[in-house]
Structures are given as C-alpha cells and as structure tokens.
Design a protein around this ligand. Sequence first.
Ligand SMILES: C[S@@+](CC[C@H](N)C(=O)[O-])C[C@H]1O[C@@H](n2cnc3c(N)ncnc32)[C@H](O)[C@@H]1O
Length: 278
Amino acid sequence: MDHVEGARTFSVAGSAYDSFMGRYSVPLGELFADEAGVAAGATALDLGCGPGALTEVLASRLGPDAVYACDPSPPFRDACAARLPGVVVTLGRAEAIPFADDTVDHALAQLVLHFVSDPSRAATEMARVTRPGGTVAACVWDFADGMEMLRAFWDAALSVDPHAPDEARTLRFGRPGEIAELFASVALEDVAESTLSVASTYASFDELWNGFLAGIGPAGAYCVSLDDEDRERLRAALFQRCGSPDGPLRLGALARCAVARVPAEPSPLPDGPNAASR
Ligand SMILES: C[S@@+](CC[C@H](N)C(=O)[O-])C[C@H]1O[C@@H](n2cnc3c(N)ncnc32)[C@H](O)[C@@H]1O
C-alpha cells in the first residue's frame, strides 16, 4: 500500500470510522493528551484529526476556540467540523500543515504518522506550528503485537494468503524507538517515549467483522479487495483466531507514543554599551 492509497481509504463517513477505529481512538485520545501535557489555558493542533476523536478531547480540555485541526479527507474534515463547532477544522496534510508558525502550544498526531509520505517533513512542520518550548507528540499502534484487532486480522489474512500486506511489515512507527528517533532527527529536545493501552468490547464477532467491510485503512482496503470466496475464508480464519466467540469479545490495543519539546528560542543578546558593535 502506498501513502496515497493509505490516505484514500479514509474517504468514508465519520460514523463508519468510529465503529471501526474511533471505538479505540476516543479512549486513546484522553491518554495521549495526558501524555502530551495538554491542560487548560493552552492551544493545540490535532493533525490528521479524522472525524474528531482526539479533537473532542482537546476541545473539552481547552475550549473549542483554542483548538485547530486538519485532515486531507474531505468527509473526515466535514465530520470533525460538524462534531465540534468553534474548532478551526481545515483540509490539510502533515507535509504542509495549513497553519502559521508558532500557532499552538501542542501539536499532536494520533494514529497518523505511519500514513504520511514524508515523516521528517511532517515532524518539522509540527515543530514549525508549535511555539518554542511547546510540545510535539505522536502515537501509532503497535501493529506487531499490541493492537489485537489488527494483529488478529493480519494473522488470519496471512494464514490464507502469505502475501497479505500485514501492517507490521508495511508501516513504520509502531515499534519502540521509531517515533522518538524521528523526533530527535529533526532536532526536537527532551524526547520521552511511552505506551498507551486501551480496549474495546464488541457485542459479537459480526460487529468486529462488519468494521472491516467498511474498507477503512489498510486492513479494510485489503478485506474489500478480496473476492467473495477469499473473504469468506478470511472471515472463518479470523473467527477462529478470536476463539470462535458466541457472544461479546473484548480486544486490547497498545500504541507507541513519543513526546518532545520544541527548542526554546535563543535568549536575545543583552542591550548594553557594546550593542551597536554587534
Ligand atoms: C487512523 S486515522 C486517525 C484519525 C484520528 N487522528 C483518530 O485518532 O481517530 C488516520 C488519519 O490520518 C489521515 N491522514 C492520512 N494521510 C495524511 C497526511 N499525509 N497528513 C495528515 N493526515 C493524514 C487520514 O485521513 C485519517 O484521518
């Protein structure tokens, strides 16, 4: 999957996204905002806001007027703007964030970095729109293990198709150290890593399966690309991996997170008798 396709698979209704991924990203947003130190009185950007899971957390902590959001998906931009009147929500990509220098105290990207075409550019842009001394933060699912919904899906897919594009193989930033290395590489300071853990309960296996049929993200796109026979084989394999549940099931989801500080501006040289000679 290339990055353009990665972004295109988010051109869906916000409600479909919320049933599939928003059920995790809403609780994740609270933990992520805590980790980034978002507290009353500050301003914040939600980069790649989707339908507004994290935006809502930010608006409730800071007030809508203090929150900025952008996303390249028109339906997600519209859904976020409708959900959160008062928040500035625009179309925009991480590689060229549509806000001025030093706009916010915190720039956050929740479950976004792995989809951007130029992560260094994105991190530089996040730092640019954040005031000196402010924080830049990102989190991405641990695709290899801790995000159980996607792990079960890709393990099932690999069992019927060894070439299935497992996100643990195709996407970056879900492993320890990857986001921190990116932040350090663009001269952000005081980089701190953590893990964020959430969970979601499905009423039934069908509720889980129907989420993939919406075609969202790499897993959904792969699922709907299969013919009926292969998709039924995948469904059966996933059902088995989930323990063949005949009632509710609960899946955990772990994200890798890093928070860093934008370097403070150098202190101005003191005025004094020699100032004119500088
Ligand atoms: C998994 S969703 C996360 C949405 C939201 N942050 C959340 O936590 O629910 C990934 C989001 O990244 C957006 N996206 C994809 N490519 C992007 C890019 N280059 N710059 C900014 N956002 C991008 C998608 O449109 C989508 O809304």
